[in-house]
Design a protein around this ligand. Sequence first.
Ligand code: SF4
Length: 731
Amino acid sequence: MAEETRSTCPYCGVGCGVLIQTEGARITGVRGDPAHPANFGRLCTKGSTLHLTAAPAIAGQARLLAPARRPARGAETQAIGWDEALDEAAERFARVIAEDGPDAVGFYLSGQLLTEDYYVFNKLAKGLVGTNNLDTNSRLCMSSAVAGYKKTLGADAPPACYDDVKDAGCLFIAGSNAAWAHPIFFRRIEDAKRANPAMKIVVADPRRTDTAEFADLHLPLQPGSDVMLFHAMLHVMLREGWADEAFIAAHTQGFEALRDTVRDCTPERAGEVCGLPVADIVQAARLFATGGSGDAARRAPTLSLYCMGLNQSSHGTDKNAALIGLHLATGQIGRPGAGPFSLTGQPNAMGGREVGGLSNLLPAHRDMANAAHRAEVAAFWGVPAIPATPGLSAIEMFRAAAEGRVRALWIACTNPAQSMPDQALVRRALERCEFVVLQEAYATTATAAFADLLLPATTWGEKDGTVTNSERRISRVRPAVPAPGEARHDWAIAADFGQRLQARLALRGVAPPRPELLLYHSPEQVWNEHRATTAGRDLDITGLSYALLDQLGPQQWPMPAGQPAGTPRLYQDGVFATPDGRARFSAEPWRPLAETRDADWPYALNTGRLRDQWHGMSRTGTLGRLFGHVAEPALQMAPHDMAREGLAAGDLVDVASRRGSAVLPVQPDATLAPAQTFVAMHWGEEFLGGRDARGQALAGVNALTTPAFCPTSKQPELKHAAVRIRRLALP
Ligand code: SF4
């Protein structure tokens, strides 16, 4: 008799509810949860095939089922027991900490971990070890959105919700191909347009994606020119009297500086920088300011939706802040259908932010740089202090490992040897690092080859805890089947390791014994501790227990004790999360890309998602049917550029950046502008002949991408690298 377990899809930040069907200890099917407010029963191609990735014949080949040690670099791994594995890990970490201090170790996590996993790791690093060197692949995904919200609205809190799509008169979509990256959310956009054909959709994206194809106005701007576009739109709004001066006066600060910044950002100048017709910039400003009505006296709501095109940039914070500034300048925030709404890439990047799972954050949206916040967390955890030394962000941590400053790395649920930019740097770091632990569900990732110790973790269908989706909605993740082999839950591995580590640190006299610090017996116990840290904070969820989540279903934070349900929309009273309640404008000017094109490196390389694949394909790559949409990696180029280079479809080309090269078949894409190219981010070992500058083998598009990052958010510029392309002469 089949049973159904209510849980959440582990792929993207839409956070769809799923019902997992099981027979005994076997997952046999999956269907969308009709009661889940994120998807109301719908699932995309990835979500609807989840059960197939869990089939024993597939999972058995790919899964890591027992702890394993690699006796020497390059050698085969040997299975060992959990006690032996965790004792060795604790001993090696304790030795490094005793010799070189806590900042000689680092933890690199994932937006696919559950909130409870994240909380325990964060406490392990910042509370027990005493290092802020804890970062995550969310740094590659959402950290510019975090910095943009904090800089302008005062808190890392997306103010809108999915329901706002149907109330909007104008959707302004920037740097997001939601049709592929957030498919079930995009269904809402299609539904809203069907129900209200007068709704206007503007898409700013260098590529004519499926999302852009759906728009009333597509702005195919040059890569990296977003801030200039937004400033020119504000210039037009001010010139035409479309700004909301009353809202600016009552609810904001710093507008005069921004007014000065945009004074010379005329649509004519922006037209040149962005490569757009002046009339389209003016039209975009009109639609945004008036909510699609065309008349500021009949202002309808505008909702902006944005993602990696803004975030993955060497000035990602400026892009986010400039777009949020357009909402503040026009009063397009705090009411149904209006607001700046960042779409989260990963299933739990939000939950990780909530518990402070970045090197600059502490639990419940507290800041590492704030002494009072550090003292609050230290008191809560019962430790003498949280270290004041800033932690290393993702790129900084791997750079430090490549230089020998970080000697031991703990990597959980992510694949930096493929997914981080400048793969050559990351692989050098993993080679140089004395001790690399990889806690993973899959044994097949590129990073596994560098690990000294592999620890098997549970995954979707087995895990128990919570995740938060793009609209701040917290959903339960529930186990439908027992853990396979010797796999354990991520939080439990971290807690067990922490117990062993604290004993060794105490033996060495490095720290007092703290056996109680990570003494957890269930994810609910971790959840309740996390809830308590949020009391009085902007994301207060003191009222949200597991029992209430079971009873009410998924809820949006904040939900303080006594509040009967979650909070769909923020700032409806016009009071923002800043000390004086006023939102802040950012007056940063447009700045060029980190790496500009020139005669030697004449093409722009853009990267992004495919509709039917997820990240490094550990899971989706196990299913043949998910290759039906796109079967193999390719460099996409404008037909005009291909003709100029003497290339035909399918020709093999050597694509090189300053950091490495890759060999790929080339395919024409008539939607690309001249000198722009695109490669999907997912492919790894399927790449042909990738090499770094020293000739070492690399795999995937990140052989080419740059580690340059935004100085505020530290998010790298994965969306642009300057490359050259040569036809490969075959022997
Ligand atoms: Fe899963 Fe995202 Fe697809 Fe929903 S849209 S089913 S969360 S991959």
